[in-house]
Design a protein around this ligand. Sequence first.
Ligand SMILES: C[S@@+](CC[C@H](N)C(=O)[O-])C[C@H]1O[C@@H](n2cnc3c(N)ncnc32)[C@H](O)[C@@H]1O
Length: 265
Amino acid sequence: MYTRFQLAKKYLRYYLTASNGKGHGIHSPFIFDFVQHVLIDKCDYPVYQSIEKIRKQLLNNSTVIEVEDFGAGSSVIKTNQRAVSAIAASSLKPKKYAQLLYRMVQYYKPQTIVELGTSFGITTSYLASANDTSKVFTCEGSAAIAAIARRNFQTLQLKNIQLTEGDFAKTLSPLLSSLDKIDFAFIDGNHRKEPTIEYFNQLLNHVTPQTILVFDDIHWSAGMEEAWAAIKGHPAVTLTIDLFFISIVFFNPDFNHKQHFTIRV
Ligand SMILES: C[S@@+](CC[C@H](N)C(=O)[O-])C[C@H]1O[C@@H](n2cnc3c(N)ncnc32)[C@H](O)[C@@H]1O
C-alpha cells in the first residue's frame, strides 16, 4: 500500500495530466457520450438523499461489532472489534463515485450486476436503485457487516438485491456459475494484486461485448497498479477509462483499436 504522500503525488500527476474528456485528443464518440451523459451529469436524483441519509447514520453509529479481517490471503486471519462509524468512515466509496456508479447503471441499464464488497450496502443501494429491472448480486465476507447492509436494504425498500455471505474465494465461483452472463461488476474488496487478477479472470468467463467492469482503487498500491496493467493488457479488453479512484473496463469489439483514457472527474 502506498503512503499518503505517495498517493497524493500520484493523484496530483493524474489530475494535471488527465483529460477533461471533452477536449482535443479524445476522438472516441463512445467516450464523448460517456462524459456527456454519465460523468458530468450534475442532476440531484431523489434517491441520492435517501442513501446519503443512511451513510450519515452509519457515520454516527458508535456500536461496536466484531468483523472478520480478510486482509491477508483469502482466508480469515483474525476478527477485530470495530465501531460501525470507523468502518463507515474508512471503507465506503465517497458519494461522488457511488453516484457515478448509479448514473452508469441508469444510463447503460445492465441487467445482471455483481458487486464484490458490500460493506454496509451504500454502493449496492446506488446500483440497485438506478434501474428497477436490474438485479444486484453482492458479496460480503463479514457476517456482522452484512447484517447491517440487509437492514439498510430494508429501510430503502430495495428488493432487487441478493447478498451472498462468505469469503469471495468460496462464493464467487458458484455465484458466477449460477448467473451465466454478467452485464456489470463492481470489484471493491480485497485490494491486492493476485486476488484482483483472479476475480477479473473469473468474471471474464461471463462477459459479453456489452459488459462493464469497474475496479476500485487501482492506484492504491504497486500491486494494484500491476493488476491494472495486466487487466488493461488482456486481449479481450478493448477500452479502459482510468478515473484514478475507480477504473472502468469495456469489451466491445466495435471499438476500432484498443484505447486507454485517463479522465479527470
Ligand atoms: C471497501 S469495502 C466495500 C465498500 C462498499 N462497496 C461501499 O463503497 O459501499 C470492502 C468489503 O469487502 C469485504 N471483503 C474484503 N475481502 C473479502 C473477501 N476475500 N471475501 C469476502 N469479503 C471480503 C470486506 O469485509 C469489506 O466489507
